[in-house]
Design a protein around this ligand. Structure first.
Ligand code: ASP
Length: 325
């Protein structure tokens, strides 16, 4: 009896959308999750953790494919144009919202080309520099960068990337333009930073925490409201006087517009389970981030986030006057 009640409750919670023919046997083969940045970077790290846990629940592998380029817009465009059969997903971050204003032309519409599965995690950013960069703290970094603006190089993952947004805010805060070096993701940018080929960058804790803890890079500030337990010595940007630089890099999962509602519901449940997976929780904690609560791992919450974040960043991007074609 208990079992029956439990399964009825589960059915009631799950059967939001009726099953169509295409949804009935789904998933019959592996699902591709596109990450619009390089392998080995912060978004890739989040995606691989979640994809593994979702795959276990769905009974099919969720394979991460890295499609970098143009600040995440190439990979997002690929998913928007993919068949809406539940076998192609996108894991993207805040760039889904900022690109809507940063790009004069996009091959997709953040508010019209996707079904929303749910929010995954919100990751703080850290300002870091190559190991021998001649600045010991945030004030030292600002002073050095202003004095040597023609020589200092800033790594980012293209217009629309989180590292681009963070750099844009930093340059505007210190009223200085810098030479940026674009990569397809901050995974390869980190390799160059460690090797001293580029001077500094702003990157998610999912890519920087272990490097900072090991003292492999210099670290100056974190964009969270409070200091992080994992990096207790790192001041917040607000503590350092960079008030506008308080934000997190939220991540969401999307499917092409027209994907069966029952499949989207099933994906959302699977995401919710993945975010309760102990391995995911522990790894997120070690990377100084946390899983979104269950109510945010839903289509409605992600849609609302994309809408509100487009509205939040539009005036700031317009004020900075940064656009890509
Ligand atoms: N998160 C991107 C990556 O995974 C980089 C960025 O957004 O700056 O490489």
């Amino acid at each position: 009896m208990k079992k029956l009640v439990a399964s009825l409750m589960l059915a009631a919670a799950c059967s939001v959308a009726p099953l169509t023919a295409s949804a009935q046997n789904w998933p019959e083969r592996p699902i591709t999750m596109i990450v619009p940045f390089s392998a080995g970077g912060p978004t890739d790290t989040v995606a691989r953790l979640v994809a593994e846990a979702m795959g276990r629940d769905l009974g099919q592998q969720v394979i991460v494919e890295n499609v970098g380029g143009a600040g995440g817009t190439v990979g997002a465009g690929r998913v928007a144009a993919a068949e809406a059969d539940g076998y192609t997903l996108l894991l993207h971050h805040i760039g889904m919202a900022t690109s809507a204003t940063l790009y004069r032309k996009l091959s997709y519409d953040p508010l019209g080309s996707f079904e929303y599965v749910g929010l995954v995690t919100e990751v703080p950013m850290t300002i870091i520099a190559k190991p021998d960069f001649p600045a010991e703290d945030l004030q030292g970094l600002i002073a050095y960068v202003k004095e040597n603006a023609d020589d200092v190089t800033y790594a980012n993952a293209g217009i629309g990337a989180a590292s681009h947004l963070c750099g844009m805010l930093f340059m505007s805060e210190i009223d200085t333009q810098l030479t940026t070096v674009p990569y397809q993701g901050t995974g390869p940018a980190m390799t160059d930073l460690l090797g001293g080929q580029v001077d500094f960058m702003c990157d998610q804790t999912t890519n920087t925490t272990s490097q900072i803890q090991a003292g492999a890079v210099k670290a100056y500030a974190v964009t969270s409201a409070e200091r992080l337990d994992q990096l207790p010595d790192l001041p917040t940007t607000a503590e350092g006087g960079l008030g506008s630089m308080q934000f997190g890099i939220w991540h969401g999962i999307y499917a092409p517009k027209g994907t069966d509602a029952a499949i989207v519901d099933r994906l959302s449940q699977s995401l919710q389970l993945a975010l309760k997976d102990q391995n995911v929780i522990d790894r997120f904690a070690s990377l100084a981030t946390t899983a979104e609560p269950q109510e945010n791992a839903t289509p409605a919450a992600l849609k609302a986030k994309v809408e509100s974040e487009i509205a939040r960043w539009k005036p700031l991007i317009e004020a900075a006057g940064v656009y890509a074609d």
